[in-house]
Ligand binder design. Structure first.
Ligand SMILES: Nc1nc2c(c(=O)[nH]1)N[C@H]1C(S)=C(S)[C@@H](COP(=O)(O)OP(=O)(O)OC[C@H]3O[C@@H](n4cnc5c(=O)[nH]c(N)nc54)[C@H](O)[C@@H]3O)O[C@H]1N2
Ligand SMILES: Nc1nc2c(c(=O)[nH]1)N[C@H]1C(S)=C(S)[C@@H](COP(=O)(O)OP(=O)(O)OC[C@H]3O[C@@H](n4cnc5c(=O)[nH]c(N)nc54)[C@H](O)[C@@H]3O)O[C@H]1N2
Ligand code: SF4
Ligand SMILES: [Mo]
Length: 734
């Protein structure tokens, strides 16, 4: 008689990629399942940190909410399990029919946040769409901070990037809260610890612009607790002071920039007195912030999602670039190069500009004058491109790791559009409100079941300050567990490989290094062998074939490693460089002029402004299905200043009705001294099935129901008003 051998528990180093923190973790594996995840004290740079989400990975992998098989929708509208091969056959056949009838452009992909942990998934998806002949690839990036890329296209980039955070003595965060979001604007490796070191130990002066006394703002030298939506005015006031007091770096501007006179003239009306009144902040604090930033030997500024959604998001990002250039806060020749390439191909950066580039060269769309732009195809146009009949109408959509029903800024139109599709396929580990509308839901393997690397942390280095790791760090993590027993799961990218094979399409993956007009290595093209599907590890090897440090070397360090040997210094500006940074872009200066003369009228019926925030337990909607993460509180409270609570006769836990010009939701009021009066702060990505009315306790409140894509939208990015949103608040009767 055989004896079942029980495998003793083992502890494996893994890599959490739930958010861009990419924390190294230790995974306890028992009986083939991950049972515990904690920070990895043996890993460099992170001090053993892992947040509640990372520690809940075992539940995200093994919890009841996880789909273990792909699903198909039946005639009654309900979903039942389907074999992966069968699902691919049926999807491929339906797609072929749609392409035959309407052309390849009728097929689109939306790629969301869920696949940022294995960026190759979106790249293979894009390769498949390219092979099909459709340009309709929409990335979540365009409903995040797309203004960052438009602003860079208008301003240009600095080849050598930013000075070291560790050298910085001033740092500005505009509506970004990296202690919770980890997303940038601050070192991503344990931002709480880096904040303590910088502010407490080194005396770095932090300036935070945020209507909420956020976790970051509590440590600020100056906290401008503004009326939301005033970021362009506030940054203009800082520039105004810096120019008026001649605090700028004249030599740097003379050599590397143009447009100074236009900028000086455009910010002239934005005196500290004018902006103080308009933004509701002390005049002296504006002056102090400007002086502090200009006096810094090295400094940085980062704009988060707060200003991105409060309208004029591109302008805010642009002015942040102007401030940096005015003060010459870019890395200089001889400085240690930040974020040197390790997994990316070798590259030496010079202390010189990359000239501005065309921002709007993409494919024209049919709605609101929008088109493909420097940030990609605007997601804000996607629902209308599905709904609008005629040539070019999108009839099939594949949603890769996204949740449009809770994330897109127009719930009604999004649901109507998704319902009207001829074919809707969702790749998601859970039956989300979006997946409920799908014809097919493909259940993917998750991290810990797949290998991963730190490549993505290198690839985001051009997107604003402090994105990625400053030192030459690299990490490879193998798959540490098998998918749950009895499941049938695939890696996301394999879906597109199999669709290509089934449809007889060749697949060529193009990996882009660096920024759009980057001087770095040209894109690498990898043609797949369609007769044999590679493993995820083979794919990683192919992508990293030109890496500066060979993958085999990186693998020698299971906890990650700092490869000091590739640390470089910034090179001199080359003699033939004629590029200049543009700080007086015409469109931006015109938008500024318009802002100077048009204060928003006070809306008596809607006296509150709704602003976004992140929840430490979730990544957007991901985590809501986990009882470990959202067990105690399944909803998103509406945080209000206690004085407003008293005025409205509310106590904690009271139901409130929040009404905007476009819709109404019910939430639970919660008093919070850190919120500026007149503001309600609410997390997005809540709300339940589109087929049922939201239950405020079980589903929370879906902010997207208050938004319309037509409202004050940005002419380039298409992002409508998603923050600084006028709302009316009243106690709900029940
Ligand atoms: N009102 C308002 N709206 C907003 C925002 C806001 O602040 N306020 N923020 C905006 C921003 S910045 C963003 S990024 C978007 C987010 O928009 P989305 O990316 O569309 O939304 P998420 O909720 O992040 O959806 C991620 C999905 O991926 C799934 N997932 C997790 N892991 C995997 C995986 O390995 N594979 C696959 N296939 N799926 C996976 C999750 O279950 C989840 O359903 O929302 C935007 N919308
Ligand atoms: N825990 C957690 N981490 C996440 C996510 C998550 O959902 N949860 N989501 C991930 C994603 S997709 C993203 S894009 C990033 C986002 O990362 P961040 O941009 O850092 O997002 P938040 O933490 O919401 O910080 C935004 C701040 O802007 C403030 N704000 C609101 N309106 C305004 C305004 O008009 N002006 C100014 N100046 N400030 C304003 C809010 O009060 C808030 O403190 O986080 C990522 N990381
Ligand atoms: S901060 Fe992000 S990467 Fe780190 S453990 Fe939390 S979710 Fe994972
Ligand atoms: Mo985001």
């Amino acid at each position: 008689m055989g004896v079942t051998e029980i495998e003793p528990p083992r502890i494996e180093p893994g890599l959490c990629r739930l958010c861009v923190g990419y924390c190294p973790v230790l995974v306890t594996v028992e009986g083939g399942r991950a049972t515990k995840v904690s920070g990895d004290p043996a890993a460099p740079l992170f001090d053993g940190y892992a947040c509640p989400k990372g520690r809940a990975l075992p539940d995200l992998l093994n919890g009841k909410q996880r789909l273990l098989h792909s699903m198909v929708r039946g005639a009654d509208g309900g979903h039942s399990a389907i074999g992966f091969e069968q699902a691919i056959k049926e999807i491929a056949s339906k797609l072929t029919g749609i392409v035959e009838r309407h052309g390849p452009e009728a097929v689109a992909i939306y790629s969301g946040t869920g696949v940022t942990g294995f960026p190759t998934s979106a790249a293979v998806a894009k390769a498949w769409l390219d092979a099909l002949g459709s340009p309709m690839f929409f990335s979540v990036n365009t409903i995040d901070k797309p203004g960052m890329q438009i602003a860079q296209a208008r301003h240009g980039l600095w080849e050598a990037g930013h000075p070291a955070f560790e050298e910085a003595d001033a740092w500005i965060l505009v509506g970004s809260n990296p202690i919770i979001s980890k997303t940038g604007g601050f070192p991503q490796n344990n931002p709480g610890m880096r904040l303590k070191e910088a502010v407490n130990d080194r005396g770095m002066k932090l300036i935070v612009i945020d209507p909420r006394r956020s976790e970051m703002a509590r440590r600020a030298h100056v906290h401008l607790q503004c009326i939301p939506g005033n970021d362009p005015a506030i940054l203009s006031a800082l520039i105004h002071v810096i120019i008026a007091e001649k605090l700028y770096d004249e030599a740097f501007i003379d050599l590397h920039a143009e447009g100074f006179a236009a900028l000086a003239s455009a910010v002239a009306p934005f005196t500290p007195a004018f902006v103080a009144k308009r933004a509701g902040v002390p005049q002296q604090d504006l002056i102090e912030a400007a002086r502090t930033f200009a006096a810094a030997r090295a400094g940085g500024i980062f704009c988060g999602t707060g200003p991105s959604f409060a309208t004029h998001g591109t302008l805010t990002e642009y002015l942040a670039n102007c401030l940096t250039t005015l003060c010459g806060h870019w890395a200089r020749a001889g400085d240690p190069l930040q974020k040197p390439n390790v997994l990316l191909p070798a590259y030496s950066a010079r202390a010189q500009p990359i000239a501005p580039w065309p921002e709007n060269a993409g494919r024209p769309l049919r709605v609101r004058g929008l088109r493909g732009n420097a940030s990609g195809m605007p997601v804000a146009a996607l629902p209308d491109e599905i709904l609008l009949e005629g040539p070019g109408q999108i009839r099939a959509l594949i949603c890769l790791g996204g949740n449009p029903v809770t994330a897109f800024p127009d719930h009604k139109r999004t649901v109507e559009a998704l319902r009207s599709l001829e074919l809707f396929v969702v790749l998601d580990p859970e039956m989300t409100p979006t997946a409920e509308l799908a014809d097919y839901v493909i259940a993917p393997k998750l991290m810990l079941e797949l290998p991963g690397t730190s490549l993505a942390m290198e690839m985001i280095k051009y997107l604003g300050h402090s994105r990625g790791i400053e030192v030459p760090y690299a990490r490879y993590a193998p798959a540490v567990v098998d998918p749950p027993a009895g499941s049938e799961l695939v890696a996301d990218w394999e879906v597109f490989y199999e669709l290509a094979r089934e449809m007889g399409l060749p697949l060529t993956l193009v990996t882009h290094y660096g920024a759009s007009p980057s001087p770095e290595a040209p894109p690498l093209k990898i043609s797949f062998d369609m007769s044999r599907r590679p493993s995820s590890d083979e794919l990683i090897e192919a992508i990293l074939q030109n890496s500066r440090i060979p993958l085999s070397e990186v693998k020698r360090y299971p906890h990650g490693h700092i490869f000091v040997e590739v640390q470089e210094t910034v090179q001199e500006r080359s003699a033939d460089c004629t590029a200049r940074l543009q700080i007086g872009n015409k469109e931006m200066m015109a938008e500024l002029e318009q802002i100077a003369s048009s204060a928003r009228p006070w809306n008596e019926d809607m006296p509150f402004l709704l602003v976004p925030r992140r929840d430490n337990r979730l990544v957007n909607s991901y985590g809501r299905g986990s009882t470990v993460l959202s067990g105690r509180q399944t909803f998103n409270p509406g945080w209000l200043n206690p004085a407003d609570m008293r005025r409205l006769g509310l106590v904690d836990g009271d139901r409130i009705r929040i009404r905007s010009a476009h819709g109404e939701i019910v939430a639970f009021a919660e008093g919070d001294q850190s919120i500026r009066a007149g503001i309600i702060s609410l997390t997005h990505c809540f709300g339940g099935s589109p087929d049922k009315e939201d239950d405020p306790v079980r589903d929370g409140a879906n902010v997207a129901k208050l938004l319309s894509v037509d409202d004050d939208f940005d002419p380039v990015t298409g992002i409508p008003r998603m923050g600084a949103l006028p709302v009316h608040i009243a106690r709900a009767i029940n």
